[in-house]
Ligand binder design. Structure first.
Ligand code: PEP
Length: 257
C-alpha cells in the first residue's frame, strides 16, 4: 500500500482572513493528534497562498501547499494568469492540473492540460492531474476509454520530472453532488489508471479519488476502492471533516504497512 495523500481543494472559498483561521485550526488539531502516516496538502485560492504558507512555516505544520491552477506559459502578456516560478517563490509545491471545473467552465482543453503539465514539471511543481468522465459517458459505458484518452494526452511527450506526478480520478458526476462513486466503480478505475500509468513507467504515482468524499465514506473508499488518497472539495473547508478524512487514511495505512 502506498503512503496516502489527502489534498484539500478550497476552490473559490475563504478569503485570506478565513484561510488563516482554518490553517490555524488545522495546526492546533494536528499538534494534539499528529497524523504520521499520511501526507496532507492544502490548496487555497491564489490570494491566500502567502498567508497559508507563512502559518505552516511558523507553526512547523507537517503540511504542504498547492495552487488550484497554473499558467502553461512561463511569463509575459497573460493577464490574470500566474506562472509556475511565481508559485515556487511562494513555497508552493503542488498544483492541480485540469480540474473538471477548469475544463468545463474555462475551456481548458486536453492540449492546454498537457502544456500545463509540462510547465509545472519544468519548475519542479508536483502536478495533480485530474481526470474523470461525465455521467453521460459513464452511462454509455465509455468511462475507461475516456479516462485513458485524458491520461495519454496529458502525459504525452513529457521530458523529465514524471516522478512528481499524482493522478486524481474525479468522476464529474460525483463532484460537489453528494453522490460518491461506488467502491466497485472506484476500484475498477484505480486498476485501469494504474495499468495506463505502468505502460508509461509511472509505477510510483499515487492515484487519488475525488468526488463527495466525507468522513463516513473515506474508509470504504480506501479499503475497498483501493485508492492512494483523496482530493477533497467541500469537506476540506472545515478542519474537523478534513482531518477526519485524513485520520481515516492515516489509520488505514498504519494498519496495512
Ligand atoms: C473537488 O473539487 O475536487 C471535489 C472533489 O469536490 P467535492 O469533494 O466537493 O465533491
Amino acid at each position: 500500500m502506498m503512503r496516502p495523500l489527502v489534498v484539500g481543494n478550497w476552490k473559490m472559498n475563504l478569503d485570506f482572513v478565513e484561510a488563516i483561521h482554518l490553517t490555524q485550526q488545522l495546526g492546533v488539531v494536528l499538534r494534539s493528534r499528529p497524523l504520521e502516516h499520511v501526507d496532507i496538502v492544502l490548496v487555497p485560492p491564489f490570494v491566500d497562498l502567502r498567508s497559508v504558507t507563512s502559518i505552516i512555516d511558523s507553526e512547523r505544520m507537517p503540511v504542504e501547499v498547492g495552487a488550484q491552477h497554473v499558467s502553461m506559459h512561463d511569463s509575459g502578456a497573460h493577464t490574470g494568469e500566474v506562472s509556475a516560478s511565481m508559485l515556487r517563490r511562494l513555497a508552493v509545491d503542488w498544483v492541480l492540473v485540469g480540474h473538471s471545473e477548469r475544463r468545463a467552465m474555462y475551456a481548458m482543453s486536453d492540449a492546454v492540460v498537457a502544456a500545463t503539465m509540462k510547465a509545472a514539471l519544468r519548475h519542479g511543481l508536483k502536478p495533480i492531474l485530474c481526470v474523470g468522465e461525465s455521467l453521460e459517458v459513464r452511462e454509455a459505458d465509455g468511462h475507461l476509454a475516456f479516462v485513458s484518452d485524458q491520461l495519454q494526452s496529458a502525459l504525452a511527450d513529457l521530458s523529465g520530472g514524471e516522478d512528481l506526478i499524482t493522478v486524481a480520478y474525479e468522476p464529474v458526476w460525483a463532484i460537489g453532488t453528494g453522490r460518491t462513486a461506488g467502491t466497485d466503480q472506484v476500484r475498477e478505475m484505480m486498476q485501469h489508471i494504474r495499468g495506463v500509468l505502468n505502460t508509461r513507467g509511472l509505477t510510483n504515482a499515487r492515484i487519488l479519488y475525488g468526488g463527495s468524499v466525507n468522513p463516513e465514506n473515506a474508509r470504504d473508499l480506501m479499503v475497498d476502492g483501493k485508492v492512494n488518497g483523496f482530493l477533497v472539495g467541500g469537506a476540506s473547508l472545515k478542519a474537523e471533516s478534513f482531518l477526519a478524512i485524513a485520520d481515516n487514511a492515516n489509520d488505514c495505512y498504519d494498519g496495512k504497512r
